[in-house]
Design a protein around this ligand. Structure first.
Ligand SMILES: [Zn+2]
Length: 483
């Protein structure tokens, strides 16, 4: 039987993408994988041996994550898919009412501009009026937001609100095609506004230069027809999903990692929400984010364009949306799948007995593991300056680099030994408990996970974290290695 491991999880499976396993059930597949790759247990199961909430196991398009389905016989020609969160096929009825459509009119210029839409039988003048009447919120003016915002503006969406608190940086320009070199250091909302004006001056562009939190998100999205999630972190994704459920707004989800992307439509007319599919985020550091893992330049263009296409389908009311389905695309092998997403009647948000009653009552920091718990032994760390000083003094310390090989290829940490997180427990004898050992990663988060992993494995020596990671230390000791 063929088993496919999604890119974010491959580090725990010897970097393999697929396995051919002699097995007939999920139980046998899991037993084989965890036997062969003991480190994978940590990412697949929690301490109560439950499959972690951000991992789903599919056979074909059937969700078989629940253990009661693990003994079902799997046909040999089917592929088993291990899918993490990265981040209904009923024909559509438009989310824009007829009354609002009837209030819209066009001038001659608009008739010419949107001529190619008017030619399409399914869109026509009525559909184009719905597009002009629509009010859409795009959260994130980065990689996914770039194609989403530009295509919505080009298609004539009447009101586009863009939410982002960030500024454009040079490294953004590899994929964030709504911004240009001259926009570096400008707010992303301002740069996006300029680009949108160049495309279409007639639409209403609403920049919202804020960081979304539980106490402001409802006021930002309430009253809009559609929200498009173009963010890159779990806290934002759950916050956006929950706020959409409370405001009764459908959500178009998109996510990217390296060569792989996901698109889904949630909360459409009482359909499943993001929590129904992925009840829990991974612990911080357990799987790399897109910022840490990178992504090939056109991937957000592909995924964001599909998000924009889904948005137009919902607005016009045509085709079959990704409601209750999740599209995954592996751009490297052009392997794509549409998975069924079922409404979870036990969903704490949209299930039969919801326990989350408002975004302000839910602790997103805690849920996403972003707050250090009090009973844990605090992790001590060095600032980049302190570490640089110890290196300069020639102190007898050990530096362990836990980054992925491709990250090390960009920037090598001098004199560091390299141990991937998955191998730490069994290679702890390579460390000297008499010496100070400092863990480094890109942003200083995975290194904390590494320290916790070693402590759990019983290592007793002094362990330190490089605060802010190698990113914070770049200017101090590194010179770029020639490629
Ligand atoms: Zn739900």
């Amino acid at each position: 039987m063929k088993v496919y491991i999604s890119a974010t999880l491959r580090g725990f499976f010897g970097r393999n993408e697929t396995f051919d396993i002699d097995a007939g059930t999920i139980r046998e597949v899991v037993a084989w994988l965890t036997d062969e790759y003991p480190d994978s247990k940590k990412v697949l199961f929690d301490e109560n041996d439950k499959v972690r909430g951000f991992i789903r196991i599919y056979v074909g398009d059937e969700n078989k994550t629940t253990r009661s389905r693990w003994d079902e016989k799997i046909p040999a020609d089917k592929t088993v898919l291990f899918l993490p969160a990265i981040a209904g096929g009923a024909p559509n009825k438009s989310i824009i009412s007829d009354d609002r459509r009837k209030e819209v009119s066009f001038n001659d210029k608009e008739i010419e501009r949107f001529g190619k839409h008017l030619l399409l039988r399914e869109i026509g003048v009525k559909g184009q009026k719905r597009i002009k009447a629509a009010r859409v919120v795009v959260i994130g003016a980065g990689a996914l937001g770039s194609p989403v915002i530009q295509y919505l503006a080009a298609a004539g969406v009447g009101t586009i609100k863009v939410v982002d608190f960030d500024e454009v940086s040079l490294e953004n320009l590899q994929s964030q095609v709504i911004h240009s070199t001259r926009d570096v250091n400008r707010p992303k909302t301002a740069s996006a506004r300029d680009t949108v004006r160049n495309i279409n001056r007639d639409i209403i562009f609403e920049p919202e230069n804020v960081k979304l939190e539980a106490d402001n998100i409802v006021s930002v999205i309430d009253g809009y027809d559609l929200v498009i999630d173009c963010t890159d972190n779990y806290k934002a994704r759950y916050l956006i999903n929950d706020a959409c459920v409370f405001c009764g707004i459908p959500l178009i989800f998109g996510a990217i990692y390296q060569y792989e992307g996901q698109v889904g439509v949630f909360n459409l007319k009482g359909g499943p929400c993001f929590r129904c599919q992925f009840p829990e985020p991974p612990e911080p550091g357990l799987v790399p984010t897109c910022a840490e893992g990178g992504a090939i330049s056109p991937l957000p263009g592909i995924i964001g364009s599909i998000q924009a296409n889904e948005a137009l389908k919902l607005i016009i009311g045509i085709g079959e949306s990704l409601d209750g389905r999740l599209l995954t695309i592996d751009s490297l092998y052009l392997h794509s799948t549409i998975l069924k997403v079922e409404k979870n009647c036990d969903c704490p948000l949209c299930g039969n007995n919801p326990v989350i009653t408002g975004v302000e009552d839910f602790d997103y920091e805690e849920f996403c593991g972003l707050r250090e718990s009090e009973d844990e032994v605090p992790i001590e760390g060095f600032t980049p300056d302190e570490l640089a000083k110890r290196i300069e003094n020639g102190d007898d310390i050990t530096i362990v680099d836990v980054r992925e090989p491709h990250e090390r290829a960009i920037l090598r940490f001098p004199n560091a030994i390299v141990i991937p997180i998955g191998q730490l427990a069994r290679r702890q004898n390579e460390l000297d408990p008499e010496k100070d050992t400092i863990f480094v990663c890109k942003e200083g988060k995975r290194s904390i996970l590494a320290i916790n992993t070693l402590r759990e494995a019983g290592y007793k020596g002094p362990l330190y974290n490089l605060k802010g990671g190698i990113d914070a230390m770049k200017d101090i000791i590194f010179s770029h290695e020639g490629a």
